[in-house]
Ligand binder design. Structure first.
Ligand SMILES: Cc1ncc(COP(=O)(O)O)c(CN[C@@H]2CONC2=O)c1O
Length: 481
């Protein structure tokens, strides 16, 4: 009997879901990469430059030595019995690995752990949060996850009952949110970041969107904030954060604070303030339901493939927390390597530790290089005809706006593509550079953008800029009105 499975009879929520970061342009890039391997010299470039995804180590960034030493020793405890490891590993990596193994039941990284994650590692993460914020954190509020993504899905699963349940999401947004809301059958309620004020968040606009949604019978459950922003790269001003927290308190909204880029700040006039700290500073204590997301995929560690992270949940009642625990327990636990890494990220070497100097040097080298790359690309984009680009204050991306000539827009329409997708495809086919069209993140209707990461190794940035410039000038000349 022929298989009954066909696109026509799949879950419509799956069909509705989209995730542009690895969408059409990237799939085409992978085809071109295959072509380059099979027929070298057949394209006007010799390599594909993936500037579509925040995946630092795929572009040459080195992992942090201390983190990897501890992971290696935890995964092969036999090494700890060998004298010679003293010549291969730092003393504090050895001692940290021993501490961590003592926290793991059976001292086995291959065992399932508690569904929230190993208690001792959650204690360490709570201590790190407390040190970061100056307000206490509790291990029982922490759920270790396989990256931040599953934690986002879990909250959407918890909050969305039907298509009348809405989630306020910034536009432009990281499409995990639109994809997860679609997968869970909810309503995305957009609030627009203001490009002219450096992607500022206007509470007046959020309120207007909330009231409009409510007038349409949407029960708005939560507000998502991504700080530093993806794809926009802005770092919220502290007073803006106070406004957001007060707004959520007044409107009875769950605050979903995506803070995976908290270590990626490139400008001196902005600092990262966690929403947990803001909530506590306002004295809201447990009166505001807040979920804070962190990940090992970003920062200076960029350990995307290790799938580590956590969500800290505060301000939820005990019965609700039980439901969150129950959903977490269905997946048994997150991977132990990711759990260990999350505890290391939140508790790195301290002054006086043997690895501190080398750790700090690695961290500073990566972050200062990211800041230089951000500035170089921002300046380059701003020097191209018809392109304006806000500063990348943080995160890993630039999100320039292209003012496309009508002729280009007509050509895109004729090709049945969004104008920024048309531009991105032409860029790829001319230069091998892969960016993600702004339409994949959402944008004010009638504006066009693309997202480019700041991640290619620093020595490649000048070549990227020059290839981009040649392409852009030719594209604009070809489509000049
Ligand atoms: C804002 C934001 N939240 C959550 C995630 C999920 O990360 P993990 O699940 O790995 O913890 C990402 C990943 N950033 C994607 C992946 O690379 N480029 C992006 O835009 C992100 O940018």
């Amino acid at each position: 009997m022929a298989s009954s499975v066909a696109v026509e009879n799949l879950n419509p929520k799956v069909l509705k879901c989209e995730y542009a970061v690895r969408g059409e342009i990237v799939i085409h890039a992978q085809r071109l990469q295959q072509q380059l391997q099979n027929q070298p010299g057949s394209l006007p470039f010799h390599e594909i430059l993936y500037c579509n995804i925040g995946n630092p180590q795929s572009l040459g960034q080195q992992p942090v030595t201390f983190f990897r030493e501890v992971l290696a020793l935890c995964d092969h405890p036999y090494l700890l019995q060998r004298e010679e490891i003293k010549s291969l590993f730092s003393a504090d990596s050895i001692s940290r690995a021993k501490q961590i193994l003592a926290l793991i039941p059976g001292r086995a990284t291959g065992a399932y752990s508690h569904s929230q994650g190993i208690k001792g590692l959650r204690d360490a993460i709570a201590a790190g949060i407390t040190a970061r914020d100056g307000f206490p954190a509790n291990a029982d509020d922490i759920f270790l996850t396989d990256g931040a993504s599953p934690g986002v899905h879990l909250m959407m699963q918890l909050l969305i009952r039907n298509e009348k349940d809405g989630i306020l999401v910034p536009i432009p947004q990281y499409p995990l949110y639109s994809a997860s809301i679609a997968l869970h059958g909810g309503a995305l309620v957009p609030y627009y970041l203001n490009e002219s004020t450096g992607w500022g968040l206007e509470i007046s606009d959020v309120k207007k969107q909330l009231e409009d949604a409510r007038s349409r019978g949407i029960d708005v459950r939560a507000l998502v904030v991504i700080n530093p922003g993806n794809p926009t790269g802005q770092v919220l001003a502290e007073e803006n954060q106070y406004d957001i927290v007060k707004f959520c308190k007044n409107e009875g909204l769950v605050l979903l604070a995506d803070e995976v880029y908290q270590e990626n700040i490139y400008v001196d006039d902005k600092k990262f303030h966690s929403f947990k700290k803001i909530v506590r500073s306002l004295g809201y204590g447990e009166d505001l339901p807040l979920v804070s997301y962190q990940s090992v995929s970003k920062g200076y560690y960029g350990e995307c493939g290790k799938r580590g992270g956590y969500m800290e949940i505060t301000g939820f009642s005990a019965p609700v927390r039980e439901q969150i625990y129950k959903i977490s327990s269905v997946n048994l636990c997150s991977n132990i390597t990711g759990q260990i890494l999350a505890s290391l990220v939140m508790n790195p070497p301290k002054a006086g530790d043997e690895s501190y100097a080398s750790y700090q040097a690695e961290k500073d080298r990566i972050l200062t290089s990211l800041a230089r790359r951000a500035k170089a690309l921002e300046d380059a984009f701003n020097n191209l005809e018809g392109i304006t680009c806000n500063k990348a204050e943080g995160a890993m991306y630039l999100f320039p706006r292209i003012n496309l000539p009508q002729k280009a827009i007509d050509a895109a329409n004729a090709a049945n593509k969004a104008p920024d997708a048309f531009y991105a495809l032409r860029l790829l086919e001319s230069t091998g550079i892969v960016v993600v069209p702004g339409s994949g993140f959402g944008q004010v209707p009638g504006t066009w953008h693309f997202r480019c990461t700041i991640l290619p190794q620093e020595e490649k940035i000048p070549a990227i800029i020059s290839r981009f410039k040649v392409f852009h000038e030719a594209f604009m000349a070809e489509h000049r009105d």
